[in-house]
Design a protein around this ligand. Structure first.
Ligand code: CUA
Length: 327
């Protein structure tokens, strides 16, 4: 039994909170199973047909008893609900501002990961211990699911829309990464390792382009931001967005856009998050900014997910949003 752990290692701040909830739920369920089960067995035995137990003075109502077995479990269930909801809101809520951003692309059947400084990794991710990490994830084909048991995170990775998840690794080490959504014949092989490193070791890893360790591919094209900027010019986006002169009037500025509130033509307001920006690049007419005409061409056929992520990194940088390490 010694080599058969019931739980994966606890290697993120969420792990402890989630395990506590699982443990308390299991204990509560066990307690009530034993309580109700044993009372049932005792009564079944005692009042079985033909037993001599007295049936005199039977109640068909007992208000106090009914209130007790209604209100106490109700209070317990509500306490569990608020406790679990609080942890849920933290896990699936927005990550801290200083989070290190990692771009994740799932495809049959591997994980592509890219650091903001351009380092790419396949089926491996190197991160520093103690720092929040935010994953921006998208699939190139079918639905996958990014699952790291030691961090207690699991999130579906969908085609056509960004999903994010975050965590703070608390322990240096090597942890399993899985795909947790059946995605085709080699689904079971779609996985890898997360390496949590000491910050100094991580800084060194970044400085050497990740190339000295297995799996890392040196950043050939510079940072994602720089790649995005080059692409931005190559596609001619800069001839309109934030262009000097009259051209500027035709399209909204991208400076300070990321994370801001955008007023649309139909009167609605949206937050310019990752998914809004992705949609506005691939399907510009889906949401028209108030005061502008739908004149932007559609880039859906010119860009793959990789390139959209680069543009996203660049547009983020225009708002001074830091995208993590490797500066
Ligand atoms: Cu990807 Cu299962």
């Amino acid at each position: 039994m010694r080599n058969f752990p019931l739980f994966p290692e606890q290697a993120s701040t969420f792990a402890v909170a989630i395990d506590q909830i699982a443990l308390v739920l299991t204990l509560l369920a066990t307690f009530f199973f034993l309580l109700v089960g044993s009372i049932a067995v005792i009564f079944i035995w005692r009042y079985r047909r033909g037993s001599g137990a007295s049936r005199a003075g039977a109640h068909d109502h007992h208000l106090g008893l009914e209130l007790t077995w209604t209100l106490i479990p109700l209070a317990m269930a509500l306490a569990m609900f608020f406790w679990a909801a609080k942890v849920y809101a933290e896990v699936y809520g927005p990550p801290p501002k200083e989070a290190l951003e990692i771009f994740v692309m799932g495809k049959q059947w591997m994980w592509h990961l890219q650091h903001p400084n351009g380092i790419r990794e396949n089926n491996e991710l190197h991160i520093p211990v103690g720092r929040p990490v935010k994953l921006i994830m998208i699939s190139q084909d079918v639905i996958h699911s990014f699952f790291v048991p030691a961090f207690r995170i699991k999130k579906d990775v969908l085609p056509g829309r960004y999903q994010t998840v975050w965590f703070i690794p608390t322990k240096v080490g090597k942890y399993r990464l899985f795909c947790a959504e059946y995605c085709g014949t080699q689904h079971s092989l779609m996985g890898g390792w997360i390496y949590v490193m000491e910050p100094t070791e991580y800084a060194q890893w970044l400085a050497t382009g990740g190339g000295t360790l297995a799996g890392g591919v040196a950043a050939a094209g510079g940072t994602m931001e720089a790649a995005g900027e080059a692409l931005f010019k190559q596609l001619g986006c800069n001839q309109c967005h934030d262009a000097p002169g009259a051209a500027q009037a035709r399209c909204p500025s991208l400076k300070g856009l990321y994370g801001s509130k955008v007023k649309l033509q139909d009167g609605k307001t949206v937050i310019a998050d990752d998914n809004y920006i992705r949609e506005s690049i691939l399907d510009p007419n889906a949401k028209i900014v108030a005061g502008y005409q739908p004149v932007m061409p559609n880039y859906a056929n010119l860009l793959n997910e990789d390139k959209v992520l680069q543009l996203l990194a660049y547009i983020q940088s225009l708002s001074g949003t830091q995208t993590g390490g490797g500066k």
